[in-house]
Write a protein that binds this ligand. Sequence first.
Ligand SMILES: Cc1ncc(COP(=O)(O)OP(=O)(O)O)c(N)n1
Ligand SMILES: Cc1nc(C(=O)O)sc1CCOP(=O)(O)O
Ligand SMILES: [Mg+2]
Length: 208
Amino acid sequence: MPSLGRLHLITDTRPGRDPLAVLRAALPVARAELVVQVRVTDDATDREAYDLARRVLALCVPYGATCLVNDRLHVALAVGAAGGHVGAEDLPVAAARRVLGPTAVLGATAREPGTAAGAVAAGASYLGVGPCHTTATKAGLPDPIGPAGVRAVAGAVNVPVIAIGGVTAESVPELRAAGAYGVAVVGALSASPDPARTTAALVEALTC
Ligand SMILES: Cc1ncc(COP(=O)(O)OP(=O)(O)O)c(N)n1
Ligand SMILES: Cc1nc(C(=O)O)sc1CCOP(=O)(O)O
Ligand SMILES: [Mg+2]
């Protein structure tokens, strides 16, 4: 399995956002360092998720970027994505691993060390850990765990930890110092007036 990219761009499909435009700006900058997670709103149809995932994958391939699909693993399989991401309300990690097969990339959400170790034992190949900071992008999240929470999880597992939740280029150094391998962002890129420049700042913070 190739090494996992450090910058995870999660698609923002809320009204008024243009996830493919953001992706087109980010790809030439981050190239194979980019992991794109296709995440649609809960009310989106499978057909809409499938159509977006196909378009994202087609954009990723020339750059060697990785395409994952959030929640809807049948969509990941249908388009030939590299894998998927599951959380507490999705398929259990072991079931997700059975669906995707042994070589797929499988991310799991974990907010504390016990859950994290369990997810890895069940077959997760990376962990999404957060929310690191407050975020307006997703409602109903628990309180932020901060860099200290990331450090606790990273110290308990031997797979890449991807920090998520209110992440900006400015917050990357403290998250990396806490043991994060990479970061996942929605708003930092989807709300950026210059997503190519913001991607460059994120990549630089992640690779220096
Ligand atoms: C990298 C990464 N980390 C965490 C999540 C959150 O997944 P989940 O808890 O299943 O919530 P939804 O994204 O499905 O609303 C993620 N998607 N990616
Ligand atoms: C989808 C999601 N999951 C989170 C978690 O902590 O599980 S935080 C989050 C939203 C991240 O968006 P932004 O980069 O705009 O803060
Ligand atoms: Mg989910």
